[in-house]
Design a protein around this ligand. Structure first.
Ligand SMILES: *Cc1c(COP(=O)(O)O)cnc(C)c1O
Length: 719
């Protein structure tokens, strides 16, 4: 089948002696390998900057003269060979962690289904934490040698881009992106033809084209319905992430779960384990039951087989985070389907029943819980809350016996580490610290990091963040979409030497971005102190349909524009992975103020800690178990059930007290060399305790041991 008509592959201009650059660019391995990134950057630093570090676009934009120069440059040739050698070694290595620990499972693929994947900004198919976690999980599976394949969507318009209009309101725009300018390519079947399948959704035949992303040793397959064979409505089905109404959402989840299984079949991949990352993909359990029923199993047998081999991760206790589809939509799309499962309509609808939805709604989380034997929440606290929330599915079972484990999220260290901290750790901890990141022993050496070297990294990364912020504002002004006044709200008056607090995350109201604005006089005093200035950088998107969230952004912007706050508060437009890197590497304090216990885990604070940034957070999510009294600051929430006004007042008071009495004095307490020794003490304690525990190396190993390996064990044959 032909690729969509409006996009064409670029001409290949790379000279013969450097011909493997294209291959390197199309495997995201470079995105977590510093020498590979440096190689691309050195080809054309300006273009590297302008393409937001997208080597595919870079290579198609480099002038032939530049390539000719590079082809004759011995330094570049040396760098090129070294990177390719490392790349080949990585891909062909036989003694990976998984090969050593689980040799019997090397030919048992794990299919990982997710509505979003945050691998790199050049593939904009993620919105936030869920996607970033999926991306980090995939990279780590590759590093550990776990045979994992991903299934997701090629959203040609991605997630929305955020613009702030002159009145301070968020506007959503969608930018179509060129598939050929991105590190993806069409997936091929084993017989060498482009992979495409047809899926019957309700009474429509929808054609799906499949794209492939390579990330190290693993592959991710992406569903694309934007092909000429489809009606305009069906072409638009996969256009946007979380962009449509409930019916489009249902069709997307039909495609992901049911289409996803068929794509794996078409590719000749036979997974031993099926992992639903959040409930969006839970229909995959139905399609697998259908397959077993078609080959002669009873519905009960089929369900048992599916349950035993399915892993389900739930990600939020917030009700809006769980899809519930009304029965009339389920009827429209499943009336010719439930019979194939050996079920009546009533039996089918009961699979998605909860006490709240009984009789009218089909809950995707309930479906996933019922058909997965291996379920987990994403932090200790979230495990507890999930057992409480879903206890009704196991009537008669005590809450702490409900079979939902907790497995705390982590981050992929090589993706999130700053180049400066990376060099520091390589020098003082171990050259291969990133491969051993989950080993607490190497982190003991953090105690001996020279203070001046560590402080130099902190200073450099903060200055880099400030430059990033300034250049964004300058660019906006040059392009005419920022007025000079607005440039101040974008951070042009920020001070590269001042204590900088970062708050960047989705603007959901429970995250309480505006907590500090409850007491403006106190805030002003804090920010304005001439000798000990404090500044705050905000970033984040609100879902376009989330009115209260959009209102919060507007409120933050009005404070950024308030001359009385003196330009010490800034809001950065269009938070994404690229900006996140500058923020988690460059600020001094990472602030998080969720209304407990609603933050399932959070991961951005883990990225910050890895880079020597100190967390100041409500004790919820991962920080509830990460905080030890000496590695940052924690706000103990009032008991659950306290009314929200009282909770907000209490948490704001704690927050101000900590900032005024502990954080600010410690940051500005310098010795004769200008080094804040007490501050660095906490930085070190934070790196030492957070890095080995809250990394995907620890996390994905646990998934393997506690969920994937048990899911490959077949239940005793009962028939
Ligand atoms: C890490 C990350 C997140 C998730 O972080 P939280 O702590 O859950 O807010 C969201 N968005 C981006 C761009 C990230 O890099």
């Amino acid at each position: 089948m032909q690729a969509p008509d409006h996009i064409q592959p670029p001409q290949d201009t790379v000279p013969q002696s450097l011909h493997r650059l294209g291959e390197l660019a199309r495997n995201l391995w470079w995105s977590w390998n510093q020498p590979a990134r440096q190689l691309f950057e050195s080809i054309d630093p300006t273009l590297w900057f302008l393409t937001h570090h997208n080597p595919v676009q870079l290579l198609s934009g480099v002038k032939p003269e530049r390539f000719a120069t590079l082809a004759g440059d011995p330094n570049f040739a040396r760098q090129y060979s070294a990177v390719l050698r490392a790349f080949d070694e990585y891909l062909s290595s036989k003694n990976t962690w998984a090969a050593t620990e689980f040799p019997a499972l090397q030919n048992s693929p794990i299919a990982y289904f997710s509505a979003e994947f945050g691998l790199h900004i050049s593939i904009p198919i993620y919105s936030g934490g869920l996607g970033i976690l999926a991306g980090d999980h995939c990279k780590e599976a590759s590093d550990l040698g776990i045979p994992l394949v991903g299934i997701g969507f090629m959203y040609p318009q991605g997630y929305f881009k955020q613009r702030i209009n002159p009145e301070g309101w968020q506007e959503a725009t969608y930018v179509p992106f060129n598939r050929y300018d991105s590190p993806i390519h069409q997936a091929m079947t084993s017989t060498g033809i482009p992979c495409s399948i047809k899926v019957e959704i309700g009474h429509r035949q929808v054609t799906v084209l499949v794209w492939q992303v390579r990330a190290g040793r693993m592959s991710l397959y992406l569903i694309d319905t934007d092909v000429p064979e489809n009606t305009p409505e069906d072409r638009a089905l996969s256009a946007r992430l979380y962009g449509g109404d409930q019916e489009i959402r249902l069709c997307q989840e039909f495609l992901l779960g049911i289409g996803g299984v068929r794509i794996l079949r078409a590719l000749g991949i036979d997974p031993a384990v099926w992992h639903c990352n959040e409930g969006h993909s839970a229909f995959l359990t139905l399609e697998r039951i259908r397959e077993f029923v078609t080959t002669g199993h009873s519905h009960a047998e089929a369900s048992d087989l599916v349950r035993q081999s399915t892993v389900f991760t739930t990600h939020t206790p917030v009700p809006a985070g769980h899809d519930i589809f009304p029965f009339h939509l389920m009827d429209r799309y499943f009336s010719n389907y439930w019979g194939q499962l050996g079920l009546s309509r009533e039996e089918f609808l009961r699979l998605g029943e909860t006490p709240e939805s009984a009789g009218h709604g089909f809950n995707m989380t309930a479906l996933a819980m019922r058909l997965s034997a291996h379920v987990n929440g994403v932090s200790r606290e979230h495990g507890r809350v999930s057992r409480q929330m879903w206890q009704h599915l196991w009537p008669g079972l005590a809450q702490d016996l409900v079979p939902i484990r907790s497995l705390t999220n982590g981050i992929h260290a090589p993706t999130w580490i700053s180049p400066e901290a990376n060099s520091l750790y390589a020098k003082y901890l171990s050259p291969d610290w990133a491969e051993r990141v989950d080993d607490p022993i190497i982190w003991q050496r953090v105690t001996d990091l020279p203070d001046d070297a560590l402080w130099a990294v902190r200073q450099t990364t903060r200055r880099k963040l400030m430059r990033f912020i300034r250049e964004r504002a300058r660019d906006g002004w040059i392009r005419g979409h920022l007025q000079p006044m607005q440039a101040i709200a974008r951070g042009t008056l920020l001070d590269p030497e001042a204590l900088t607090i970062g708050f960047a995350r989705r603007f959901a109201t429970y995250k309480r971005a505006t907590l500090l604005f409850r007491d403006l006089d106190r805030l002003k005093q804090l920010l304005h102190n001439r000798w000990r200035p404090v500044q705050i950088v905000f970033a984040g998107k609100a879902h376009p349909a989330d009115e209260p969230g959009r209102y919060f952004i507007h409120e933050v912007l009005s404070f950024c524009n308030d001359h009385k706050l003196g330009g010490h508060v800034a809001f950065l437009e269009d938070y994404d992975m690229h900006m996140a890197k500058y923020l988690v590497q460059g600020v001094d304090i990472w602030l998080n103020t969720p209304r407990a216990p609603l933050e399932a885990s959070g991961t951005s604070g883990q990225k910050a800690a890895l880079n020597g940034v100190i967390n100041l957070s409500v004790l919820d999510g991962w920080w509830h178990e990460g905080y030890n009294g000496a590695n940052g600051w924690g706000i103990q929430p009032l008991p659950e059930g306290t009314d929200t006004q009282a909770q907000d007042a209490h948490d704001a008071e704690q927050l101000f007290r900590l900032l005024e009495q502990e954080v600010v004095p410690l940051f500005y307490q310098r010795d004769l060399d200008g080094i804040p020794r007490g501050w660095l003490q906490i930085v070190k304690e934070s790196i030492k305790t957070v890095a080995p525990r809250f990394c995907t190396k620890r996390m994905v190993k646990e998934y393997m041991r506690q969920l994937y390996a048990p899911a490959t064990a077949r239940t005793p044959n009962k028939w």
